[in-house]
Design a protein around this ligand. Structure first.
Ligand code: 6LW
Length: 508
């Protein structure tokens, strides 16, 4: 079985789901309150993935005003049947499943139909197309049945492919394998006439695990697979480079090899900033069912900290809805033009914010701003976890000209660093060595450190929620203030570290 370099899709791409059509694999992942929603990645080898489109854009977008960053679009499933691609997904509010939608497309790169609501509660919807052409919908929700053996349950109902509505009786299939843990992320697979219901338990934290149940009929009764958990890292200790492993979707290659995409995190000092990433695990089917990571029982090929392939093309995201922005190559890097909005990053509205996922521990993001264009703007580069957890190097016009400083929120509390006067073109930079975030501004060869913070302050363990850090730009100002262009935007592995001139804000 070939050893694969993991993660195969770095950065905040949780809850992977995959399907194959011929030689082509298509993967979808969660995007929460970010726009455009549900990226579609394509691959021919399950290792190298390329962004080919999004499911939720333009007309198919679902307004998410008022949502927390970690609310929004959760755990989509993609399946293909009879020439049609199907995606079902949850829209969450206040960390609860609020609605379930289904959309279709003939080309996974889009356009996708405007999503239709399904009469379904819970989260983590999935679809299974049986040999007899019948389609089945499953999802996870709080247990409803008396005497349930777990707080959560997986339920099933038939999907009428003509009307795209759920039909027939609801059936509760399973309450999970690990008593006491919430079962979620169900997917059904049929193999040799048996039905395998694979789920996730333990929550998406350290105790995350892949579990399973089997049945002779798609509608059950399902019996817990005694081999559960089929995959987990919860017993491997804190030194294991990958943690929180779980939430699997299985796929078969054209020549019958089986693989699973799962999520996991790569913490540094027990804190992760890259969000839940996508990892690839070999699978073998035996008489009992799928064997994930045969012979090792763990995710392999993880190279902690080493940059792996990054999103190409960059997946620039805004929050809760589209923003007026443009990204174009400018010979040095990208020119990111962002029209202002009078909306702070703390608000649950649509701020003038455009960012991409941090997908390597050590990185550098920098851009040049012409301060002569700064009027009522408060703009700059930002490292953003959520509306209560972000840090930015921001330039604004003071009484005696423009100044730059670190400004943001940690645990919801305002953070502001000392102001540094600047003029002309100024380079704004955020970099990390994986253990700290450093914000600097520079002109010419001089670089001034505005502030440095331990990575833990922007981590998911500190912020809560289950997203990751995004890196990009903010342009807060009245609409009339005019767009700002961040020139020569470069994102990549760090060049030589700064010369450390100037003692800016430090957060111990
Ligand atoms: C997803 C669920 C989960 O729906 O987190 O913790 C949710 N587990 O499977 C959002 O990623």
């Amino acid at each position: 079985m070939r050893l694969v370099p993991n993660p195969v899709l770095p950065g905040c791409h949780p809850d992977p789901s995959v399907c194959r059509v011929g030689e082509d694999y298509f993967m979808v992942t969660s995007t929460f309150a970010y726009h455009p929603g549900i990226p579609v990645h394509h691959s021919r080898d399950l290792v190298t993935w390329r962004l080919v489109g999004h499911v939720l854009t333009g007309a198919s977008w679902l307004p998410l005003d008022g949502s927390q960053v970690a609310d929004g679009v959760w755990a989509p499933t993609i399946r293909h049947h009879d020439g049609v691609f199907y995606v079902v997904f949850t829209v969450a509010r206040d960390r609860q499943g609020a609605a379930t939608y289904l959309t279709t497309a003939s080309d996974p790169a889009g356009p996708w139909q405007v999503p239709v609501p399904l009469e379904a509660d819970g989260i983590d919807p999935s679809l299974f197309f049986d040999h007899d052409g019948r389609a089945w919908f499953t999802a996870a929700r709080d247990a409803t049945a008396q005497g349930a053996t777990g707080p959560g349950e997986i339920w099933l109902r038939e999907l009428d492919l003509a009307t795209l509505e759920l039909t027939g009786p609801e059936r509760v299939l399973w309450h999970g394998a690990v008593g006491g843990a919430w079962v979620e992320a169900p997917h059904i697979y049929e193999r040799a006439g048996r039905y395998h219901l694979v789920g996730a338990e333990g929550g998406t934290e350290r105790n995350h695990a892949v579990t399973s149940a089997t049945a002779d009929h798609v509608t059950g009764p399902y019996r817990t697979d005694p081999r559960s958990p089929l995959l987990t890292h919860r017993h491997l200790g804190a030194r294991e480079p990958v943690q929180n492993v779980g939430h699997a979707d299985l796929v078969e290659t054209p020549d019958g090899e089986a693989w699973a995409l799962v999520l996991g995190v790569r913490p540094v000092a027990q804190h992760h900033t890259l969000g839940r990433e996508v990892l690839l695990v070999p699978v073998e089917w035996d008489e009992h069912g799928p064997v994930l990571a045969p012979g090792t029982g763990r995710v392999q090929g993880v190279r902690p900290g080493l940059p792996v392939t990054t999103d190409r093309p960059a997946d620039w995201l805004s929050l809760r809805g589209p923003v007026a922005a443009d990204v174009a190559a400018d010979g040095v890097g990208d020119a990111v033009t962002l029209h202002p909005r009078p909306v702070p990053l703390t608000a649950r509205e649509v701020p003038a914010f455009l960012a991409r996922r941090q997908d390597m521990h050590a990185f550098e993001l920098d851009a040049v701003v012409d301060t002569a264009l700064i009027g009522a703007h408060d703009a700059g580069v930002v490292a953003f976890q959520d509306e209560a957890t972000f840090l930015a190097a921001r330039v604004r016009r003071g009484d005696d000209g423009c100044v730059v400083r670190v400004a943001g929120r940690l645990n919801g509390e305002p953070v502001t660093g000392p102001e540094v006067p600047v003029a002309g073109d100024v380079t704004l930079r955020v970099r990390s060595d994986g253990e700290s975030y450093e914000f600097t501004c520079g002109s010419g060869s001089r670089e001034h450190v505005l502030g440095a913070f331990p990575h833990t302050v922007l981590s998911t363990e500190t912020a809560g929620g289950f997203t990751g850090v995004l890196l990009g730009f903010v342009n807060e100002a009245p609409a009339g203030a005019g767009p700002l262009t961040f020139r020569g935007v470069r994102y990549g592995v760090p060049e030589a570290a700064s010369d450390g001139a100037g003692a800016g804000a430090h957060h111990e």
